[in-house]
Design a protein around this ligand. Structure first.
Ligand code: DOR
Ligand code: ZN
Length: 381
């Protein structure tokens, strides 16, 4: 039957690679709805915030993802095991009834982080990683690290116990152009740090440059990178040409087109050092649409359909599962999820909700500005 069906399928069909993908419905040269069944994905970089915002945005992530690595840049930040534990409880109690979702907690690294507290939190399974924000690099990073020498003992302890360091990789030097801050960080901070502590397992978060991709590729085990959904769609023109688009402003800021293409290549390559971390970062609309708008794109609600669109454009739908559901679990030494998620391609464009409403105001859902015809099956948000 399979042979017969394949024979009927046109080789010019953009979904051609899918026809060998055993858990996908076969398309009949694009005349039929196509479904793509994936191991349930994980989001390995997510901002859920707290209070009313947490309540408003958590259902979007929990509906599609089995687990997410939760960023600790609350106000005040999550710096101790006790704070991580109570934040975890708040997330679990904000979950819709019966929704299985596992928040993977992180600690926010400061120059005063207690290595014993960190180590106990990691070894008990309470936290899965520690987040390094250079002080001043992004939203709520004021308590981050200014003097990297001061965190060396903590990093050495993390290397000993196998606790990954998630790095926001941008320098904060005023003299460095914002579009160069990631590349300069790699040379000035990340590479020396990794040479000084070679056993430390590192995730370069939300890479935005070809230099970031190349740095991961040039290094062997123990180094990986997350890539966001929005950086696969955006270059800096999308944000700035024809009027400034505050909902496309995020950090690290979107770069030139050549960098977006390098990210697409890396994400769709199947290379297990690249995996999904959406960096979905909700802000109230009036905080983004302002004279000094804050950084962040809220992508949790439509990330999986958007990624299917990108992977289809790159003729790499057969690599989507590795990016969203396998590579990250492997790096974090987590079991692969047992559950599945089915994506469906329809004949007409899908309309996603434009906003998520919180008790404090609206949050605009990321709109890539192109028609998307994928959606999560049986799921209207
Ligand atoms: O765009 C971003 N938003 N980048 C970050 O690094 C932080 C995040 C946030 O917390 O809003
Ligand atoms: Zn982030």
């Amino acid at each position: 039957l399979l042979k017969k069906t394949i024979a009927r399928v046109s080789k010019s069909c953009v979904l051609y690679p899918l026809h060998w993908y055993n858990r996908s419905a076969l398309c009949n040269a694009c005349r039929m709805t196509v479904t793509l069944k994936l191991t349930r994905p994980d989001d390995l970089h997510l901002h859920l915030r707290d209070g009313a915002m947490l309540k408003a945005v958590l259902p979007s992530s929990a509906a599609h993802f089995a687990r997410a690595l939760i960023m600790p840049n609350l106000v005040p930040p999550v710096v101790t095991a006790a704070q991580a534990s109570s934040y975890r409880d708040r997330i679990l109690s904000a979950l819709p009834d019966d929704q299985p979702f596992e928040p993977l907690m992180t600690l926010y690294l400061t120059e005063d982080t207690d290595p014993n507290d960190l180590s106990a939190a990691f070894q008990s399974g309470l936290i899965r990683a520690v987040k390094l924000y250079p002080a001043g690099a992004t939203t709520n990073s004021a308590s981050g690290v200014s003097n990297f020498e001061r965190v060396r003992p903590v990093l050495e302890r993390m290397a000993d116990i196998g606790c990954p360091l998630c790095v926001h990789g941008e320098v904060t030097d005023d003299a460095v152009d914002i579009f160069d801050r990631e590349a300069v960080f790699i040379d000035r901070v990340l590479d020396p740090l990794r040479r000084a502590t070679p056993e430390l397992r590192v995730v370069m978060e939300h890479i935005t440059t070809a230099q970031g991709v190349d740095y991961v590729r040039a290094n062997a085990s123990g180094l990986a990178a997350t890539i966001t959904t929005h950086h696969l769609f955006l270059n800096r023109n999308h944000m700035l040409v024809g009027g400034i688009k505050p909902h496309y402003y995020c950090l690290p800021v979107a770069k030139r087109e050549e960098h977006r293409l390098a990210l697409r290549k890396a994400a769709t390559s199947g290379d297990d050092r690249f995996f999904l971390g959406t960096d979905s970062a909700p802000h109230l609309d009036h905080h983004k649409e302002s004279a000094c708008g804050c950084a962040g794109c809220f992508t949790a609600l439509n990330t999986m359909p958007l990624l299917a669109h990108v992977f289809q454009e790159e003729a790499a739908l057969d690599k989507l599962e590795a990016f969203t559901s396998l590579n990250g679990a492997k790096f974090y030494k987590l079991p692969v999820n047992q559950d599945t998620l089915t994506l469906e391609k329809s004949q007409t464009p899908v309309r996603f909700a434009k906003t998520v409403v919180s008790e404090e105001g609206d949050v605009t859902v990321f709109d890539p500005g192109v028609e998307i015809s994928w959606q999560v099956q049986n799921h209207v948000l």
